[in-house]
Design a protein around this ligand. Structure first.
Ligand code: TEU
Ligand code: CA
Length: 559
């Protein structure tokens, strides 16, 4: 039976382009990461998930790979990477790499060959189709705006790209392509990595015939996600990947799966099915999106968040395992989205950290979350870099004539560059991230919000996160206790319990900037209890009611 080291671990995600620049070119790099490993060791994280560092033209900042077996020039050399792995392992930390195999870059040698002719040996590594009635083969919209098809005149056919034009989808129907991927995975596992985060891995199986998407509003293009998310052969491919590669290593896998629900997650993460260990699902990060998608802003209701997390906590209680995250390189900063990044930034960041780290599952910390980094507001669209944002702005404002102010507001709330402003190390110029000009502007609040200040301040979010991480190692109830929710309909506080044999955790979270109160149920009154962690100076015991100050978090251990 494989050891489940990943069930007790806390995982830290590094977006290398924005983490630490060592050579003054304004771009984060691998030698820069090496200089910060002691900071991460001190934080107490066990595993690093490194966003892509492979050769790439950076159309989508590394999620468009042109050579899966070499390191991107901007980020360093293979020797740098080998040293990084050694330095991580020497510190008892594990490394999982990003596996981006739903698509490659259009500059990958496979695609360069594939587009040369219809009978090229690499033709079927990708998804080519003739046009239909002088138009694209179907009406699917790209996640990055426009059509999901790009015409290539050399062979008078279109290729599929669910993401950017420079990210052609790989054809997983082709066993030769699948074998190429398995060989590449083995190449990295043989170098000693400890697992993979798998980019949109539930997109790799498409429905035969690639049918048109329903398009009731008669838009130019419509989402085809029902025909490529959780497709007909996805379980076969994942099980084959385990048989062909992963089973030979004690590697962990987390599949990024937009559109996966609890029932599917049980299939994906059921150990007996040998697919993946856990998945990133998107239900909680879609709650503040309207029918028009992520840019259609909708206020978040706490009761919706509670329903979503409760469904997933209980849904995977017996079978499978949850990943736990509130932000990453694609999502806005959690303290801005779910907390208060102004008056109660520190309190709400600690409350949200408590919320996530006391749940059942493996918690993920996105770089900067541990020091309460916030969203950013650049005055001009010209300061933004993310292809998803720029393509959307171009389509909505320049093509469709929508109000730029309204579109900018949606970018401030949901744009991916919010998470990609350089890590704020100290209050020196550019936050100590670079001695050059950063590829993306540093958030101007780096003077007050930076790691150097946080490490020195015993009451910082950073030291609070260190304690949260430490608690997971000290109390098995945090890893294995079963979850239950109290006062589910309350719109201001989130109260849940974890139970393991005779022990209980009572987790109280005030999600508002006002005083709230929790009426303690009789069965929890009069019990011996101690406070494991809280973000205010809290009183020791509790009576029949527990007052909660703005964004207050308290965790009681009851035995
Ligand atoms: O993201 C998958 C994905 O669907 C995201 O595009 C997300 O839904 C969207 O950005 C929300 O705004 C993965 C990577 O994490 C992302 O960085 C890549 O751009 C994408 O796949 C293509 O590789
Ligand atoms: Ca650099």
């Amino acid at each position: 039976m494989k050891k489940h080291w990943w069930k007790e671990s806390v995982i830290y995600q590094i977006y290398p382009r924005s983490f630490m620049d060592s050579n003054g070119d304004g771009i984060g790099d691998i030698p820069g990461i090496i200089t910060k490993l002691d900071y991460l060791k001190e934080l107490g994280v066990d595993v690093i998930w490194l966003s892509p560092v492979y050769k790439s033209p950076n159309d989508d900042n590394g999620y468009d790979i042109s050579d899966y077996r070499d390191i991107m020039d901007d980020l360093g050399t293979m020797a740098d990477w080998e040293l990084l792995l050694k330095e991580m392992h020497d510190r008892g930390m594990k490394l999982i790499m990003d596996l981006v195999v739903n698509h490659s870059s259009d500059e990958h040698q496979w695609f360069v060959e594939s587009r040369k002719s219809k009978d090229n040996p690499y033709r079927d590594y990708y998804i080519w189709r003739p046009g239909k009635n002088g138009k694209e083969p179907n009406n699917w919209e790209s996640v990055f705006s426009g059509s999901s098809w790009q015409y290539d005149e050399t062979t008078d056919e279109y290729y599929l790209h669910i993401f950017s034009k420079k990210q052609p989808d790989l054809n997983w129907e082709n066993p030769k392509l699948r074998q190429e991927i398995y060989d590449m995975m083995q190449f990295w596992l043989d170098k000693g990595i400890d697992g993979f985060r798998m980019d949109v891995i539930n997109f790799i199986s498409k429905v035969d015939g690639l049918p048109d998407a329903p398009n009731p509003e008669g838009k130019p293009y419509a989402s085809g996600s029902q025909f490529f998310m959780n497709g007909p052969k996805i379980h076969d491919y994942l099980q084959e990947m385990s048989r062909e590669v992963l089973d030979r290593y004690n590697a962990m896998t987390v599949g990024e799966m937009p559109g996966a629900n609890v029932e599917l997650a049980k299939l994906y993460t059921d150990e007996d099915r040998n697919e993946v260990n856990m998945i990133f699902q998107f239900e909680h990060v879609d709650l503040d999106s309207g029918p028009g998608g992520k840019w259609d802003l909708r206020p978040l209701k706490l009761t919706d968040l509670k329903k979503s997390f409760t469904k997933w906590q209980m849904g995977l209680e017996e079978i499978g395992w949850n990943s736990l995250y509130l932000n990453n390189h694609d999502q806005p900063r959690m303290v801005s989205r779910f907390g208060d990044d102004k008056e109660f930034r520190v309190e709400s960041a600690k409350m949200l950290g408590t919320f996530l780290h006391m749940l059942k599952g493996t918690p993920y910390i996105y770089q900067g979350e541990e020091i309460g980094m916030t969203n950013v507001r650049f005055d001009s669209i010209d300061e933004y870099k993310d292809i998803e944002t720029l393509n959307m702005y171009n389509e909505k404002v320049k093509q469709n004539g929508e109000d730029p102010e309204k579109v900018m507001e949606s970018i401030y709330v949901k744009g991916r560059d919010n998470a990609r402003t350089p890590f704020q190390w100290d209050n020196s110029e550019h936050g100590g991230f670079t001695t050059g000009t950063p590829w993306l502007q540093v958030n101007p609040n780096y003077k007050e919000i930076n790691a150097s200040q946080a490490v020195k301040d015993d009451n910082s979010i950073y030291h609070y996160y260190r304690k949260l991480i430490q608690l997971r190692k000290e109390h098995q109830i945090i890893v294995h206790g079963s979850y239950d929710i109290l006062v589910p309909e309350d719109e201001n506080i989130y109260v849940y319990t974890r139970t393991l044999e005779s022990q209980k955790l009572l987790v109280l979270l005030n999600f508002t900037n006002e005083e709230q109160s929790f009426d303690v149920p009789a069965d929890l009154q009069g019990k011996k209890n101690e406070i494991l962690i809280s973000n205010y100076e809290a009183s020791a015991g509790y009576g029949s009611a527990i007052p909660l100050r703005p964004y207050e978090a308290i965790v009681y251990l009851i035995q």
